[in-house]
Ligand binder design. Structure first.
Ligand code: BGC
Length: 746
């Protein structure tokens, strides 16, 4: 039966029943019409299908599945095609487990380093985040499994996440928080979007017509279903009208009955219900008709997880080229995480791995002399003198010390935010003590987000692996010994002090309200503007080789706003290792008429080069990508004038610079009104002509402070001020005439 035939057969009660889950993870079936159950499960970096009754939340036990590196690490690869492979691999495991919808990717912006779910999210930058998500979704959906991008939108903290009202200005909402979803939704077309728990400017995301209908469906052309986050529905009738189709998990019939009554009483139109039911049926039918091929090679997926982990590891520092290590060195491995790795985060994304590699076992496969000491107890922050002594003694007799540090699970998880960005005290002290006896220290970090490194000057190298998944052990070992060359880059800024973060004052808010006071200045957009010294900038990551950038070419100088900019340059591997580089394109708008970040990422690519190899890199960006969101016009606009195109190896390591000029094909038409300022009016030729006398009067000697003050007063005055300061020559009739002439000007 097709959708229309099914619609004709469904009773009102049955239609209402389809609006909510049968249990925690399944939609309802209607056997008489051949509508089968479809199953949705977490999550963003591996399948978490509980292996018990689906009527329970099941945060503990799930079927074995490949645990890929978590979101923060996936984004650190900056490798679009590799992320697509991850999507495909997870989807195959979904098929193998009869799962139809995967609840991921999770693309909320890392507004504060404290957010407990930062390990799951991709970036502080919406372009990086959305592009990574786009490829992940393409991978998942290429296998016939539906992806569910989440949490739509502005769900950037865990503290009171079910009720907090996010107060965000429209420009930041569009340019940062929605941007992180936009390209992924428009171009990868996920079958499902999960709406967030929180409120946005006073309205719950689930009830939010502007968000779920006006922007998502009407502006972006989205045709799939919207699913609530688990328990996010506030008012079922309102949410249905807003465009929220499926409520999860089961509401035990409560809201289905409310909708039934609302339709019966005419409170809600049957068309509104039908619209949602049709979308739900489309999703169900897609899965009813798909072929259920079970061909998962879990070994292959494990190896893929290892490859991804290798590409995710970021070499933050490497003084004296201490890395890669010499296999014949006497190596002390210190730190509990070398034996008991922290490889994933807590909460709904928690995967039961098919196997787990241990870094020390993998290191022993390469090195000839390895000793191990635990160094600290991750269960508490207290200093254990005996553990430190044992570690120091081994460090004394070793050529090099590799310290496995990180945040214990109890520090960060879904459900709660971190209190600060410090590592446990006992780990920082351990570094200080080791430094007293051995200066060759390499730190390998397992963290979900930015941490302070008070010992940074004492160590020669730092590797940040984030949470590397089940195959992180071999990835770290391969990188330590140079079998793989680091190519990860930071997808978030590592700041020096929490206070430097722009959301510091407004995180996590109070009285169930949080103000995004920093507006669009999130992450590097803020640190660059304020020229703040950071530990490691956005986009940073070293290699064992060196890359040279040269010969930037931009296909022309002048563009219209509906064109594309073709950029090319040469990249050469001038070092000793075959390796990959992430090239990053930023744009900058000198002399902007609005307050704008100094630079913004627009495109990136990961490129592999042999030793000595040089290649031409070709990238394209749309002129439209240079736009900002104009609140007055309620639309993205491209400012005319000069733009800089910056090619960097990181946001603070710009290697090449070019510039272009942009014109709008259609002039942006500002409308004038009684409160338009003289300054704005006389920017136009018509305005100058209409207020000719005034313009002449404003040609004053700038050294005469009184005259200058008067000039500024006039410039800042709204047109209505001419009633008082226009020598009696203006009344409202005259002013309205001026306004009409200005607005009618072509
Ligand atoms: C989380 C979602 C998750 C869902 C189902 C919610 O609490 O916010 O990310 O997909 O639970 O586990």
């Amino acid at each position: 039966m097709n959708i229309d035939e099914i619609m004709n057969e469904l009773t009102l009660e049955e239609k209402c029943s389809l609006l909510s889950g049968a249990d925690f993870w399944n939609l309802k079936s209607i056997e008489r019409l051949g509508i089968r159950k479809i199953m949705m499960t977490d999550g963003p970096h591996g399948l978490r299908k509980q292996d018990m009754d689906a009527s329970e939340i099941g945060l503990e036990k799930s079927v074995p599945a490949t645990c890929f590196p978590s979101g923060a690490a996936l984004a650190s690869t900056w490798n679009k095609n590799l992320i697509k492979e991850v999507g495909k691999a997870i989807a195959k495991e979904c098929l193998d487990n009869d799962v139809d919808v995967l609840l991921g990717p999770a693309v909320n912006i890392k507004r504060s380093p404290l957010c407990g779910r930062n390990f799951e999210y991709y970036s502080e930058d919406p372009v990086l985040s959305s592009k990574i998500a786009k490829y992940f979704i393409k991978g998942v959906q290429s296998q016939g499994v539906s992806a569910c991008i989440k949490h739509f939108a502005a769900n950037n903290q865990e503290f009171r996440r079910l009720t907090t009202d996010v107060r965000v200005d429209e420009r930041a909402f569009r340019e940062i928080y929605l941007k992180s979803f936009e390209e992924a939704i428009k171009e990868a077309k996920p079958d499902c979007v999960m709406c967030a728990y929180n409120k946005i400017n006073g309205e719950y995301a689930s009830d939010n017509k502007k968000l779920l209908n006006d922007i998502l469906r009407e502006e972006w052309g989205y045709e799939g279903v919207v699913i609530s986050d688990w328990g996010a529905v506030n008012d079922r009738v309102k949410s249905l009208e807003a465009g929220m189709d499926i409520e999860m998990p089961s509401c035990f019939g409560v809201n289905d009955r409310i909708v039934y009554e609302a339709v019966k009483s005419g409170k809600i139109k049957i068309e509104v219900l039908d619209r949602a039911v049709k979308r739900i049926l489309k999703l169900i039918l897609k899965h009813s008709n798909k072929s259920q091929t079970r061909c998962v090679d879990y070994e292959y997926n494990h190896r893929l997880a290892s490859k991804v982990a290798e590409e995710a590891v970021i070499l933050l520092k490497n003084d004296d080229d201490i890395l890669p290590l010499n296999k014949d060195s006497r190596i002390a491995i210190i730190g509990e995480f070398a034996k008991n790795p922290r490889f994933q985060g807590g909460g709904s994304s928690h995967v039961n791995p098919t196997k787990l590699e241990c870094p020390i076992d993998e290191i022993k496969k390469y090195a000839n002399s390895v000793v191990y000491a635990r160094g600290f107890n991750s269960n508490n922050d207290e200093i254990d003198e005996a553990l430190i002594k044992e570690a120091v003694n081994l460090a004394k007799i070793s050529d090099v010390v590799v310290l496995f540090l990180g945040l214990p699970e109890r520090y960060e998880s879904e459900g709660f935010d971190r209190a600060d960005i410090k590592l446990p005290y006992n780990q920082n002290i351990l570094v200080d003590e080791i430094y007293k006896v051995n200066k060759n220290i390499v730190v390998s970090l397992s963290v979900g987000s930015c941490v302070e490194m008070p010992w940074l000057d004492k160590v020669k190298a730092v590797l940040n692996g984030y949470l590397l998944g089940q195959a992180g052990g071999s990835a770290i070992a391969n990188i330590l010994f140079g079998y793989s060359v680091p190519s990860g880059k930071l997808s978030e800024t590592f700041i020096k002090r929490l206070e430097d973060n722009p959301s510091y004052i407004n995180f996590p808010g109070s009285n169930d309200r949080v103000y995004y006071g920093e507006s669009v200045f999130v992450g590097y957009r803020y640190y660059d503007y304020k020229n703040i010294d950071v530990q490691f900038p956005f986009g940073h990551g070293l290699s064992y080789t060196r890359f040279e950038y040269s010969n930037l070419k931009i296909d022309k100088n002048d563009y219209f706003d509906d064109e594309c900019i073709d950029i090319s340059f040469k990249l050469k591997n001038v070092g000793k290792y075959k390796a990959k580089e992430v090239v990053q394109v930023y744009i900058s708008k000198p002399n902007s008429s609005i307050i704008r970040p100094i630079k913004e990422l627009k495109e990136f690519e990961k490129i592999e080069l042999d030793v000595g190899e040089e290649r031409e890199v070709n990238l394209k960006i749309k002129v439209d990508d240079l736009s900002y969101f104009d609140e007055q016009f309620n639309s993205f606009l491209v400012e005319e004038g000069e733009y800089k195109i910056l090619i960097g190896s990181s946001s603070r390591d710009i290697r090449l610079e070019g510039s272009i000029k942009v014109k709008n094909r259609q002039k942006v038409k500002r409308m004038y009104h009684i409160n338009s300022t003289i300054m704005d009016v006389i920017k136009t030729e018509k305005g100058k002509e209409l207020l000719k006398e005034l313009v002449q009067m404003l040609d004053v000697d700038e050294n005469n402070v009184q005259a200058k003050m008067m000039k500024e007063f006039y410039l800042n005055m709204p047109l209505r001020g001419l009633i008082y300061y226009g020598n009696g020559k203006y009344d409202f009739e005259k002013l309205n005439e001026i306004i009409d002439l200005l607005n009618n000007e072509a």
